[in-house]
Design a protein around this ligand. Structure first.
Ligand SMILES: *Cc1c(COP(=O)(O)O)cnc(C)c1O
Length: 398
C-alpha cells in the first residue's frame, strides 16, 4: 500500500461543501481584494496567535519580509538566523539589504542554539529570527534574554508552528513579530499561498499594515515604500473554514507522532532523542556519538506543545539516511529530507564571509528524514510505514 508524505485532498475534499460556500460568498460579493473575510480571519486568528494584532498577508515569506521592513532593518545590519531552516528565513534578510549571519542548531529540537547565537553578536546585529522548526518552538526564554541584553529585535518564524506553544505562550506571540505560513503543506493550509503577521505592538502593527499596501496613507499618498503583501479575500474565506478544524488536525498530528514513537522505540537500533542532550551535549560528543543506536526519534520538550508539521528522524551512519529514504520510496512510502543543504552552503550565499562552527547543522543535513504524519494518515497506513521502516532496521546489511 503506497503512503504519501502528505495528502491535501484527504483534508480538503471532505470540506468541499463548506469551501464551495465560502467561494460563492466571495464570488457574489465581488470584493476580491481586502473584502470582509480578511479582517474576519484576522480576528479569528487571535485564538491561535494569542496577540491582539494580526495581519493577513500574501505568504509566510512576505510576513518575514514585512516584519523586517517594519523594523527598518536594511543595509549594514546583521540578522542572526539558524543555518538549518527553509531558505525564506534568510532570503528575506538579504532582500532588505541586510546580512544573514548563520547560527548552529540543537541536535534534539533542531532549533537555533542560543549560546552559539550569542557568540555571533556584533555592533551591527539588529535582530534574531528563531525558527520553530517542524512545529516545536525554539528556546524562547534564552533567545529573549539575549535579545534584551543586546537590544535586538526578535522575529519568530512560526511558519511551521501555528498554534504551537512554549510554556503556554503561543508561537509568534513572544517576539516583536510572529510570522506564519498557510502554504498548503503547513498545519493550516490554504488553497494557494497565504500568510499572517502577528504582533503585540500597536505601532508596529500600524506600520506593517500601511507597508502591506505600498506604504499608502491616505489613498495614493505614500509615506514609505511598501509593497503588495495583501492576503486574497478568497484565501481568507477558505482559511476561515479550515481554522474551525485546526485544533482537530493538530490533535491528529500529535496522536500520529505519539504512535510512531511508541511503536518504533522498541525496534532494534532505534532510540528516542534525549531532551537533556539539548543543554549538555557538546559538539565533540556529537561527533563521537557511536552508530548504535542508529535511528533517533524526535521528542517534544515537556514545556512545549509540539504541532508536528514534520516527524523527523535522525538516521546515523554515513549514507544510511539516503539508504533508508531509497528503501521507503521503493516500497511506496513518501518521505522527504528537510533540509538537505544548510543555508551557509547554498550557492547564493557562497560569497558571505563565514567561519563559525555550524557542525551540528551540517550533520543534521546528512541525517534527517521526515515521515508522513499528516492528520488524515490512517492507522493502516501508519502501520505500513512502520513495517517498511522496521524491515530496513532488521536487515543486518543496513
Ligand atoms: C514555509 C516556510 C516559510 C515560507 O512560507 P511561504 O508561505 O511558503 O512563503 C518560511 N519559513 C519556514 C521555516 C517555512 O517552513
Amino acid at each position: 500500500m503506497p503512503v504519501p508524505l502528505l495528502d491535501v485532498n484527504a483534508q480538503n475534499h471532505p470540506l468541499a461543501t463548506e469551501l464551495e460556500a465560502a467561494f460563492q460568498r466571495v464570488l457574489q460579493s465581488g470584493q476580491f481584494i481586502m473584502g470582509p473575510d480578511v479582517p474576519a480571519f484576522e480576528q479569528e486568528c487571535k485564538d491561535f496567535t494569542g496577540v491582539p494584532h494580526n495581519l493577513g498577508v500574501s505568504s509566510g515569506t512576505d510576513a518575514i519580509l514585512l516584519a523586517l521592513m517594519a523594523l527598518g532593518i536594511g543595509p549594514g545590519d546583521e540578522v542572526i538566523v539558524p543555518a538549518f531552516t527553509f531558505f525564506a528565513t534568510a532570503g528575506c534578510v538579504t532582500r532588505v539589504g541586510a546580512t544573514p549571519v548563520f547560527a548552529d542548531v540543537c541536535p534534539v529540537c533542531f532549533n537555533l542554539d542560543p549560546a552559539h547565537a550569542a557568540s555571533l553578536i556584533t555592533p551591527r546585529t539588529k535582530a534574531i529570527i528563531p525558527v520553530h522548526l517542524f512545529g516545536q518552538m525554539a528556546d524562547m526564554d534564552a533567545i529573549m534574554a539575549l535579545a534584551k541584553q543586546h537590544n535586538l529585535y526578535v522575529i519568530e518564524d512560526a511558519a511551521q508552528a501555528f498554534g504551537a506553544t512554549y510554556k503556554g505562550k503561543p508561537a509568534g506571540s513572544i517576539g516583536h513579530f510572529g510570522c506564519y505560513s498557510f502554504f498548503p503543506s503547513k498545519n493550516l493550509g490554504a488553497l494557494g499561498d497565504a500568510g499572517l503577521l502577528a504582533t503585540n505592538d500597536a505601532s508596529l502593527y500600524e506600520k506593517a499594515r500601511i507597508l502591506r499596501t505600498h506604504g499608502m496613507k491616505p489613498k495614493y499618498y505614500h509615506q514609505e515604500v511598501g509593497a503588495n503583501f495583501r492576503l486574497d479575500s478568497l484565501q481568507a474565506a477558505f482559511l476561515r473554514v479550515k481554522l474551525q478544524h485546526h485544533s482537530t488536525y493538530t490533535a491528529a498530528r500529535q496522536a500520529n507522532a505519539a504512535r510512531y514513537t511508541s511503536l518504533l522505540a522498541s525496534t532494534e537500533g532505534v532510540t528516542i532523542a534525549n531532551p537533556t542532550d539539548c543543554q549538555c551535549i557538546t559538539k565533540q560528543d556529537l561527533r563521537h556519538q557511536s552508530s548504535s543506536p542508529r535511528i533517533i526519534l524526535p521528542v517534544a520538550y515537556p514545556n512545549n506543545s509540539h504541532t508536528w508539521n514534520q516527524y523527523t528522524l535522525r538516521v546515523l551512519g554515513e549514507g544510511r539516511r539516503n539508504a533508508l529514504k531509497a528503501h521507503l520510496q521503493s516500497h511506496g512510502i513518501g518521505c522527504e529530507i528537510y533540509y538537505p543543504l544548510t543555508l551557509d552552503r547554498q550557492p547564493c550565499y557562497k560569497s558571505l564571509p563565514y567561519c563559525s562552527d555550524l557542525s551540528i547543522a551540517h550533520r543534521l543535513a546528512e541525517e534527517v528524514l521526515s515521515l508522513p504524519v499528516y492528520p488524515e494518515l490512517t492507522s493502516a497506513q501508519q502501520d505500513e510505514v512502520i513495517t517498511i521502516l522496521q524491515s530496513f532496521c532488521l536487515n543486518p546489511s543496513n
